[in-house]
Design a protein around this ligand. Structure first.
Ligand SMILES: Cc1cc2nc3c(=O)[nH]c(=O)nc-3n(C[C@H](O)[C@H](O)[C@H](O)COP(=O)(O)O)c2cc1C
Length: 189
């Protein structure tokens, strides 16, 4: 059985909901808030790291944690106000990967929208058209985010766990075949 660490950062609960769904599906999983997560992750087959987006990248607590993660097979999950298919959301995964410590491998990524903190919405009400958070487009995005994570996001996150476990099995089979081929070649020489 694949052993998972599920590590998350969450202020208003969106990312925590996805973390809990992932841990439940994974079965053999330990779940930690990023503040409480161990830095030695050697006992885990998969390390799932989840964060909320702030300024187009993982939140500050997660950024700090990522640098100390070494030699792990990592999956990222993120929640954000923007659409999961937007350039903004996709670039954020690249930023998360950039901050990881040495020797990690990224197995996969999952993202979904998450409702915006009402205190932030109140502040942004008066943003002018030159503010990146002002204007009707932002208002439209926030409206779309308001119902997330929803039941479909939870189901998608759990499906993601299955796909990652399958990927891991295929990867191990592929590597074993490659090693056997190499050993056979070396024997011939
Ligand atoms: C200060 C602040 C900055 C944010 N910056 C972004 C951002 O750059 N891009 C984005 O898509 N969402 C942004 N959001 C929205 C959050 O990432 C989103 O609501 C997330 O689901 C919150 O997760 P949580 O409930 O786990 O704390 C921001 C929210 C706050 C409060």
């Amino acid at each position: 059985m694949t052993k998972w660490a599920v590590i998350y950062s969450s202020v208003t609960g969106n990312t925590r909901q996805i973390a809990e769904a992932i841990a439940e599906k994974a079965g053999d999983a330990d779940i930690f808030r990023v503040q409480d997560a161990p830095q030695d992750l050697a006992v885990y087959d998969v390390v799932a790291i989840g964060y909320w987006l702030r300024l187009g990248q993982p939140d500050p607590l997660t950024l700090k944690y990522l640098a100390g993660v070494r030699g792990a097979k990592v999956v990222f999950f993120q929640t954000h106000g923007t659409s999961p298919t937007s350039e903004h959301a996709i670039t954020s995964f690249a930023r998360a990967g950039y901050h990881l410590g040495e020797g990690c491998e990224i197995l996969g990524t999952f993202g979904c929208q998450g409702k915006i903190n009402p205190a932030m919405l109140e502040k942004r009400k008066h943003a002018g058209p030159d503010d990146p958070h002002g204007g009707p487009k932002s208002a439209e995005r926030w409206k779309l985010a308001a119902s997330h994570p929803d039941a479909q996001d939870i189901a998608d996150a759990q499906d993601f766990v299955e796909r990652m476990e399958h990927k891991l099995i295929l990867r191990e089979r592929f590597l074993a075949k490659k090693a056997a081929k190499l050993a056979a070649l070396q024997k011939k020489e």
